[in-house]
Write a protein that binds this ligand. Sequence first.
Ligand SMILES: Cc1ncc(COP(=O)(O)O)c(C=O)c1O
Length: 368
Amino acid sequence: MLVPDRYETDALVASGLSNEADGDILDLALNINPFGPPPGSVRAAASTLSHVHEYPPVDATELRRAVAKWHGVASECLSFGCGLDEVIKLLVHAWTNPGDRVLVHVPTFPRYELELRAHGAHLVFVTSPTPWETDCSAIGKTLRARRVTTAFLCTPNNPTAARIDIGSVEELASEFPHVQFIVDEAMIYPTQQGAVPLVGRFSNMAVLRTFSKYFGLAGLRIGYVVADPARISLVETIRPPFNVSQVGIAAAVAALEEDQDFLRESHDAIAAELEFVVSSLRSMMPSWVLHHGESNMIMVETPGVSSTAMAGELLRRGVRVVDGRTFRGLETTDSLRVSLGDRTANSRFLGALAQAWSVLRERVEEVP
Ligand SMILES: Cc1ncc(COP(=O)(O)O)c(C=O)c1O
């Protein structure tokens, strides 16, 4: 039995936060689509309810077909899970052995570390000269120096929003054919190809995607991996047979096949909210540094202001964000990870931030 340390929970839990319905709390900690689920998915999910006395298909047949078509890959290249959280667990069990050295570039999504530690892997952490970039040359240098079997990369990276250039991923896959690369694209806009085309060219390349973010189906818990069929068959061997529900399958298929307008509209609306929040923050807090990409999340560096105190003050005002210090690699940096909401939610966040800042500024000014 492994003894958990603070990184064996994800950043949310490490912050002492939970996502349970909690009065009038505005939750900007989970990077979901703030515009709700796609309407066609809701209809499709509802239509399956009269069949839920039956088990879902073991191989998520319809979903497998729809996702294979979406990416233009063979259906044997796919394995599904109860969210990417489960997929990550399955990959760690299927593709790594206890004692393997596994590279993780930090700061990043904490589940990789949690699952790897629980499986007895040795973690090889790589950092970049600045935590706000993912430095593939530092990764290459480590892979040349250390015997590593697997490497986790995240792009856009949670929590920094940093993107990895696909050319650099390709160079890594080609230079290190004995390393299994797992590229987590949970936060990517789903119509972007990302690293998926590399899967057909490199048998050591796997790409992770989820229906939890832009697709607006976090509550139905569906994630998947795209990889070489031989590697997928190792995952399928240990995958629990009914790990994706028929409600989830129906909703996800509808999201791919019927609800592309919703996806586009969400994308445009999220981009507009990003612009609104970024320009508001720039005028409110000119010394703060904002890191963001296309995803539904901003990382806000708050130099001179304790992000732990700021997250606490925001929570006192009913707004939940994540204190960046809870991420490995950001322990000494003040920063807040803020998910975008709709305009009402974002305005509430900015109002709470102004109030929190006025309290904290007084405290800073009181220090002799
Ligand atoms: C980078 C990354 N990977 C995986 C996940 C897990 O996603 P899922 O909801 O599919 O379990 C998240 C969720 O926030 C994430 O940010």
